[in-house]
Design a binder for this molecule. Structure first.
Ligand code: SAH
Length: 349
């Protein structure tokens, strides 16, 4: 996999404990670790040169020893409807990732990417069309949030890992990212305000449960039978819906956190009342919530959005069956099409 991982120590991906050991290793005083950590994760410094209370010689030394990741804004689109901002960032090796900033009543939410591209191959998704280029480092996931905080001048309170990539396909880095993001010496975002979305890598879902974090796990279900799901999501050839449901129950058992099911409504594919009934059967015994997403059509594929009426009927049916359901507000629908399209457009230039 290309990237620069392994060349130099990626300092922004170190926990405070690791940073203390690193300072010891290079013969710096231990208290420097906390100073450095605060500069990186609270003051969101863009480089060592901004760390004005560190001796100049130490800053130079750090710059020579460590990789200091950063993202550069290449584009930004702002929605005239709801103020949603979609950012296209360039990483140090030239890779491009998308992140989205959304303003809600309860606070600001950022949706980040976990990989450059994706190898999961979901049929309706633009992020996977060119496959996976590489996984993101913990620091590069943080950088998206840090850059958006600096660019908007507003605090981020919620983070969703729902941008490009499959977060559980970048598992170790995801865990490290979550640790740094929620650390009290950093941005200190509450675990309860973090959502990780997966297409359903069953063993990793179970491993995540064993970590007993208080984050929300969202499962992209999108179909009620294995046969239908296989047509939309290649991962369904590997894990059955029955296995997924068991993993979801396990997640709830270990963490006490309600599962979110994402269900993209695709016209004529998975949006009938019968689908709603089957969905109810599948999930009724679980403590969960359903998020209906009217599919965002991408030009490379022929999927269409369900009719407004079908969406409303689907929602009603679930509600009547006692399922907790919301329709995802289509934030920023005027600024572009589906996830991953801004990046594709830029790459094609
Ligand atoms: N790989 C993870 C997270 C990234 S995708 C996952 O699969 O969950 C985030 C969500 O957007 C998933 O539910 C995904 O299925 C959905 N999605 C992708 N492309 C979409 C599109 N064109 N329209 C609607 N939802 C889409």
């Amino acid at each position: 996999m290309k990237g620069y991982k392994g060349r130099m120590v990626d300092i922004k991906s170190l926990t405070l404990e690791e940073l203390k050991k690193e300072m010891e290793r290079i013969g710096e005083k231990p208290f420097r670790a906390k100073q450095l950590y605060q500069w990186m994760h609270q003051k969101l410094a863009r480089g060592f040169d901004e760390m004005t209370n560190l001796p100049a010689a130490m800053r130079d030394r750090c710059a020579a020893l460590y990789e200091y990741t950063a993202v550069k804004q290449v584009r930004m689109q702002e929605s005239a409807i709801d103020g949603t901002k979609k950012f296209l960032f360039e990483l140090r090796d030239g890779s491009l990732v998308e992140s989205v900033w959304m303003k809600y009543k309860h606070g600001n939410s950022v949706c980040i990417s976990s990989q450059v591209g994706c190898r999961m191959g979901c049929a309706f998704c633009a992020s996977t069309l060119d496959g996976l280029e590489r996984s993101l480092l913990p620091s590069e996931m943080l950088d998206q949030i840090y850059a958006i905080t600096l660019l908007t001048g507003e605090r981020v309170s919620n983070v969703v890992v729902m941008g490009t990539g499959e977060p559980l396909d970048n598992f170790e880095n995801l865990l490290k990212f979550l640790e740094l993001l929620t650390d009290e010496n950093g941005l200190h975002i509450s675990q309860r305000n973090v959502t990780v979305s997966t297409c359903g890598l069953v063993p990793r879902m179970r491993e995540l449960a064993d970590n007993k974090l208080q984050i929300t796990l969202a499962l992209s279900l999108h179909a009620t039978t294995d046969e239908k799901r296989r047509k939309l999501m290649p991962i369904a050839n590997k894990y059955s819906i029955a296995e997924l449901m068991e993993a979801c129950a396990y997640y709830f058992e270990k963490t006490g956190r309600r599962i979110t099911f994402e269900y993209a409504l695709v016209g004529g594919v998975n949006d009938t009342k019968e689908d709603a009934r089957e969905l109810t059967e599948l999930i009724r015994s679980l403590n969960c919530h359903v998020n209906l997403i009217p599919v965002n059509p991408i030009k490379e594929r022929s999927f269409v959005q369900s009719e407004g009426e079908a969406i409303a009927a689907f929602k009603n049916k679930l509600e009547k069956n006692g399922i907790n359901v919301t329709i995802r507000r289509e934030m920023g629908r005027d600024i572009d099409g589906a996830c991953g399209q801004l990046r594709r457009r830029q790459k094609a230039l």
